[in-house]
Ligand binder design. Structure first.
Ligand SMILES: Cc1cc2nc3c(=O)[nH]c(=O)nc-3n(C[C@H](O)[C@H](O)[C@H](O)COP(=O)(O)OP(=O)(O)OC[C@H]3O[C@@H](n4cnc5c(N)ncnc54)[C@H](O)[C@@H]3O)c2cc1C
Length: 445
């Protein structure tokens, strides 16, 4: 069996690795000349700047890669034991994420804190409930709107009022085994001393990991080679959703699909698409127009990152700016200097909710806005050193993501992406490993 993989971001790289570990034939195509997708580490003014994820969690899946590729020496542990701040009423307040912080923070009033304690009395998500409705019902308005909602939705740039539980936070809670009470689950994990995996990165950034993966599997990965179309192999029947894996049809050649690139056309038995949904839609149009139409429904939110130099020196993981703070034009800050000891570096995020002209503004304008808001929030001046915009950007997990229910790829077409699994790097590695297991086991159409 040969598996063709479209894209060599974290999903594609983890998939190539897992399939090769199973002894499968795999060929991957990556449009860019560098691997990693949104994982891109750069050196700017002698500092490591991450254009995508700023840090990782040291999950078992990541740890096994670190050992296999000898990356222990450059592994950098982050300082986890620091607060996250919320910008509220013109001031920085601690987000209550531990029992101690919940008692001491002045983000929530004493009555608001009592209301939070009633959370176990309120049941699990209701059908069609939004993230905002669910969190307000469970924790009360103050906690839901001042930090719980924005903490979840902030990275995606979507208002919690536009996110349905069943297609967003509800899936996260289910994965974490939360049935009725979030608070009781947190207390249970504190009692059992179960720790969240530590924050990590590498001396030269997360790019070290994707470079190591790409080099280790260089024979199977074609960089700088965009796939232009995916087509069913001539003469084979159209889409088949009944799980017939197509092997053993008596013809000898079991290939079901062709991956077309500028240089060659490669025949494969199975295709795994790892690109964002709008690109997947274009590529899969010749295979199944209905599937392409479903993929086109998923919305993404563009996001801008401005990297700032400042001698602020505060101790914390970052700042959350709730969407209700409508006088502020950024949605949050990562304090890279404090988390990973990155010299004087801070990352500011802008999305269309916090800064509607995001896509039309020049880099210079974004830099100015971010530096101005940084100073307003922290009191310290800052200088922009780099700007980056992502488009299509972050999966929105808004109401358009009900399209997840209608994704019915024909036999031999698979997805390994945020529209079938969790978007974070640990989720991408888990998704890739599980799919490789299924493909190698021959149990997957
Ligand atoms: C700003 C930002 C911050 C984030 N922060 C965190 C974080 O702190 N922690 C965390 O765990 N996760 C974080 N994430 C999420 C995580 O980084 C991504 O979800 C994950 O890296 C996505 O990997 P992927 O391989 O699925 O997709 P992508 O990285 O999008 O990879 C898809 C690949 O497909 C390639 N491609 C596109 N078209 C074609 C084509 N026609 N032919 C061949 N190849 C093609 C692209 O070039 C790309 O390399 C963040 C993401 C962003 C953008």
């Amino acid at each position: 069996m040969t598996v063709g993989v479209v894209g060599a971001g974290m999903s594609g790289l983890a998939l190539v690795r897992a399939l090769e570990q199973h002894g499968e034939d795999v060929v991957a195509f990556e449009a860019r000349t560098e691997p990693g997708g949104v994982v891109q580490s750069r050196e700017v003014d002698g500092r490591v700047v991450e254009l995508g994820p700023q840090r990782l969690r040291l999950t078992p899946g990541l740890e096994s890669m670190i050992d296999d590729y000898d990356l222990r020496e450059s592994l950098r542990y982050g300082a986890d034991d620091q607060p996250i701040y919320v910008y509220h009423d013109g001031d920085l307040k601690v987000a209550p994420l531990s029992v101690r912080e919940a008692i001491t923070t002045d983000l929530i009033s004493p009555l608001g804190k009592l209301r939070m304690l009633l959370e176990p009395l309120f049941g699990p998500p209701k059908p069609d409930e939004t993230v905002d409705e669910f969190l307000v019902r469970k924790f009360g308005k103050q906690a839901a709107r001042r930090y719980a909602g924005p903490l979840y939705s902030g990275l995606y740039g979507t208002d919690p009022r536009d996110m349905l539980m069943a297609y967003s936070l509800g899936r996260v809670l289910e994965k974490r085994g939360v049935e009725r009470s979030i608070l009781l689950k947190v207390l249970e994990s504190v009692r059992s001393d179960r720790e969240t995996p530590p924050i990590v990165s590498f001396d030269d950034g997360i790019g070290e990991l994707v470079d190591a993966l790409s080099e280790a599997h260089a024979d199977s990965i074609h960089l700088g080679t965009p796939v232009e179309a995916i087509r069913p192999v001539d003469g084979r029947d159209g889409p088949n959703r009944d799980g017939d894996c197509g092997a053993g049809d008596g013809g000898g050649d079991t290939a079901r699909y062709e991956l077309e690139t500028a240089e060659e056309t490669v025949r494969v038995d199975d295709v795994v698409v790892t690109t964002p949904a709008p690109i997947a839609a274009e590529l899969l149009e010749p295979v199944d127009a209905d599937l392409a139409a479903t993929l086109e429904r998923f919305t993404y939110n563009p996001i801008g990152l401005v990297f700032l130099d400042s001698d602020f020196g505060g101790r914390g993981l970052g700042t959350l700016v709730p969407p209700d703070a409508d006088d502020v034009s950024i949605s949050g800050l990562t304090w890279n200097a404090s988390i990973l000891d990155r010299d004087r570096l801070y990352t500011a995020y802008l999305d269309p909710l916090s800064y509607p002209p995001l896509l039309e503004a020049t880099d210079g304008e974004l830099g100015q806005v971010a530096a101005r808001e940084f100073e307003r929030i922290t009191g310290a001046p800052a200088e922009p050193i780099h700007v980056h915009r992502w488009e299509p950007g972050m999966p929105a997990y808004d109401r358009s993501w009900t399209a997840m229910d209608d994704l019915e790829p024909p036999a031999g077409i698979h997805f390994c992406a945020s529209y079938v699994g969790r978007p974070g790097i640990p989720g991408r590695i888990r998704n890739a490993t599980a799919l490789a297991d299924r493909l190698a086991g021959g149990a997957d159409g």
